[in-house]
Ligand binder design. Structure first.
Ligand code: DGL
Length: 260
């Protein structure tokens, strides 16, 4: 589940690692964006979404949203008796790259994630050299929800948001929001070519696989996906095609990049 289509970036990795599972993808489209709303309000939306998802009889839940993981994962694990996998900004692998090249880390996430104590504690635990900086980019969530992926639009927004920063000082950019990987090419246009851009999607899918394997719960299904928008099953062909196109776009971006 995610607030919107960001979670498809995690679903995409899950489908590669676990192609024989059957999936429900839940986008809370009535309440997106989470990252600009008060925490308690968003928590309510998350619990409503998870109540619904659990009522569908799932064997595991992936909270494919950094914001939702940040504000609710512990409470979700206390309430529901099933494995719950979350996603968090990939700060640790980013900080580990500091040795040898002495370049800083920029975490891009929602304002709600960046405000949270859970995020600050994560950085405090890992960042002993004080090299982690952060920036919210709410515009990217809005563009993604409108299926506005044109690079000119994203690049001009990003240019403005990043203008106060000296981009040459960063070695790694962490995509700490699942809506952001769609804009990786636009980000690449602005940062020096040697910058690493990383996200937690692959790690999250790997965790899901590890947990299902350990519980002997791997499935021999067909990789079927049923899409829901805030509790309503998506039946209209145009929306379903849009979702499938996003999976194809992520394949293009990550597994058949044109610039290689
Ligand atoms: N995709 C979400 C995340 O990973 C949140 C976007 C939003 O709803 O603001 O943080």
């Amino acid at each position: 589940m995610d607030s919107g289509i960001g979670g498809i970036t995690v679903l995409h990795q899950a489908l590669r690692l676990l192609p024989n599972e059957d999936y429900i993808f839940y986008a809370d489209t009535l309440h997106v964006p989470y990252g600009e709303k008060p925490k308690e309000e968003v928590k309510g939306y998350i619990f409503d979404a998870v109540d619904f998802i659990v009522s569908q009889g799932v064997k595991a839940l992936v909270v494919a949203c950094n914001t939702a993981t940040c504000i609710a994962i512990e409470d979700l694990r206390r309430k529901y008796d099933l494995p719950i996998v979350g996603i968090e900004p990939a700060v640790k692998p980013a900080v580990q790259k500091w040795e040898g090249r002495r370049k800083k880390v920029l975490v891009l996430a929602t304002q709600l994630t960046l405000n949270e104590e859970k995020f600050h504690n994560l950085v405090k635990r890992i960042d002993h050299e004080d090299i982690v900086e952060s920036l919210p980019l709410p515009g990217l969530v809005r563009f993604a929800e409108k299926f506005e992926f044109a690079e000119e639009v994203a690049v001009s927004y990003l240019k403005e948001q990043l203008s106060p920063l000296d981009l040459t000082q960063y070695g790694t950019v962490v995509l700490g929001c699942t809506h952001f990987p769609y804009f990786e090419n636009s980000l690449r246009q602005l940062f020096p070519p040697e910058v690493d851009i990383i996200s937690g999607s692959f790690g999250t899918a790997k965790n899901l696989k590890r947990i299902l394997e350990a519980r002997g719960q791997l499935h021999e299904g067909t990789g079927d996906i049923v899409f829901y928008q805030s509790g309503t099953k998506v039946e209209d062909q145009e929306t379903l095609t849009n979702y499938k196109n996003l999976l194809a776009m992520l394949d293009e971006l990550y597994y058949h990049p044109k610039h290689v």
